[in-house]
Design a protein around this ligand. Structure first.
Ligand code: SF4
Length: 202
């Protein structure tokens, strides 16, 4: 196993045994993340595992995940090309929002390390928790569907959009999410061109 693969596996194993925040008490399985680990273009970051994810130990396998898969496919993106994970890796009780100290503990120990190792060119954030964590912004209406530069992760590019679970509460958001996800291949191309320019490749 190469170095990156073994480091990612080591993080996965730590997450599966983690008891650093109270969320470990209610979980069936922690959900580290899933996807390619070399030459990663896109990382998708949601909020937290739900019931199906907790049972399966895999991210986005429930109805929200199926909806996301179909919207990605419509946009010409295959789920197997993206790495999918969450801000916190264990399911909060009754799917409540993760608390600030849970977000801080989990991201500082795991998500930041996953990003450092996988080096995604673009991070697509799903929902308000991921938007706020990465960009400091709280207004999804103003920030979705746009390339956002991070205030805290220097040099990283973010593309915020709605969480697929929000569609089940408000069907009118489905078209908005579809329209945003359709932009991702173009945004990724722009980010890659800018990166190549910076490095003097083109
Ligand atoms: S949510 Fe994160 S920090 Fe909390 S127990 Fe699970 S893996 Fe550990």
């Amino acid at each position: 196993m190469d170095t990156t693969a073994s480091k990612v596996s080591r993080i996965d194993r730590k997450i599966k045994k983690c008891t650093l925040c109270p969320l470990h008490k209610g979980r069936t399985n922690a959900v580290p993340g899933d996807g390619p680990i070399h030459d990663l273009n896109i990382m998708i970051v949601g909020e937290a595992p739900g019931r199906n994810e907790d049972l399966a130990g895999k991210p986005f396998v429930g109805s929200g995940g199926k909806l996301l898969d179909s919207i990605l496919k419509e946009a010409g993106l295959n789920r197997s090309e993206v790495y999918i994970t969450n801000i916190v890796k264990c399911r909060p009780p009754k799917n409540r929002k993760p608390k600030t100290h849970e977000v801080e503990t989990c991201t500082s120990n795991y998500l930041e390390r996953q990003i450092e190792l996988l080096k995604p060119k673009l991070i697509c954030t799903l929902g308000a928790t991921a938007l706020k964590y990465f960009t400091g912004e709280t207004n999804m209406g103003e920030n979705h569907g746009k390339l956002v530069r991070s205030k805290k992760n220097d040099g990283l590019s973010f593309f915020p959009t709605y969480h697929p679970a929000a569609i089940f509460r408000n069907r009118s958001l489905k078209e908005v999410l579809q329209e945003d996800i359709r932009k991702i291949p173009f945004v990724l191309k722009k980010v890659k061109e800018e990166g190549a320019n910076k490095q003097g490749i083109v």
